[in-house]
Design a protein around this ligand. Sequence first.
Ligand code: GLV
Ligand code: MN
Ligand code: MN
Length: 420
Amino acid sequence: MLETSLADEVLARCDELATFSEEAGRITRTFLCEPMRRLHARLGGWMEAAGLRVRIDAAANLIGLYEGSRDGARVLAIGSHLDTVPDAGKYDGVLGVLLGVAAVQALVRDGRRLPFAIEVIGFSEEEGIRFRAPYLGSRAVAGRLDAALMQRADADGITMADAFRAFGRDPARIDEAAYPAGRLLGYLEVHIEQGPVLEAQGAAVGVVESIAGQSRLWVEFRGQAGHAGTLPMEARHDALAAAAEFVLEVERRARAGAGLRATVGTLTVAPGAVNVVPGVARLSLDVRHARDAVRDAAVADLLTQARAIAARRGVAFAIDQQEHHPAVPADRHLADLLATSIAAAGHDPIRLVSGAGHDAAVMADVAPMAMLFLRSPGGVSHHPDERVLPGDVQAALEVIVGFLHRLAMAVHDFDLAGDA
Ligand code: GLV
Ligand code: MN
Ligand code: MN
């Protein structure tokens, strides 16, 4: 039984890292922002004190290496992200990174080296807020970052390339963040569930079976601006009224499909004045489902609906940007090893689907991937009231350490078999 002090320290560190924010009184930490640089210094210091060799890679990911028992050993990456949504909670992303550091602290305390190295990765970007593209840190590590994204600008007109330069990273060297083929033994991500499943089952932790696919679109209704007092109602081409009709259609369609989630999370109106009929309405659409065919069909239906609403109201409809990420299964062997470790720690090894997206979905492209979830009280996340229970953090740490020992035995046996 691990003592509680490591888990307590993880929670205290979550509290402290919550103070690294772009906004006073709220936790907001987007890609390549100044508070992230200060966070790297603080977290990097904790990593070094834990016995990790720290570097910041070409994509501004913070990485700490704990060497294996022999040179050239492959790497188990344990990671999650350090960026946040606007007005975030304290645990989404950060908790998984800090639990990775704590697991290494436990190994160091026990004087253990494993037949593989561990790299604890704090990914620079996962949420997709600043540049409307998610998973940037893990995409770079996986060698999947499209160079064209460098020219994309944020809301202030700063390109991603310039943001990298301002952060002290050369955008031309982004390829150097990619891990060499074959170096990764696996990828483990620990994260709060962000949903109600584990709490409903009275479970502290659970094993992710798969990560739901997601589509993100940015669309625009373009009508005609006009005078609010003089333009007759029947002569209007109100872009916001069209968007409003669409938003309700999105909700209706998602409610009609089991397991479907669809959200309009942003809406901006131009010119945006009390006495002007809206000429342009831009909005985001986020659609998720565990089965790609269901998500694809929902997106297609919603776009058909959007075009029909636009045609009826005499406004134009266009897709500005879109990204589609398929559902991703966890590696069966690593997931089983996690389940065994959960059972060995005295818990029921519940399996569940992740409705949220995670860096693990990208890392699964280049390494066997597993995810451990911690119960989210009230299912609350992407909200400042997000919480975890201290006992669950301790349980997760025990499971991670047990998982590392089991993986070490499996790798050791495999190597012996290979030598025979
Ligand atoms: C990330 O948190 C996402 O699922 O949007
Ligand atoms: Mn998130
Ligand atoms: Mn997250």
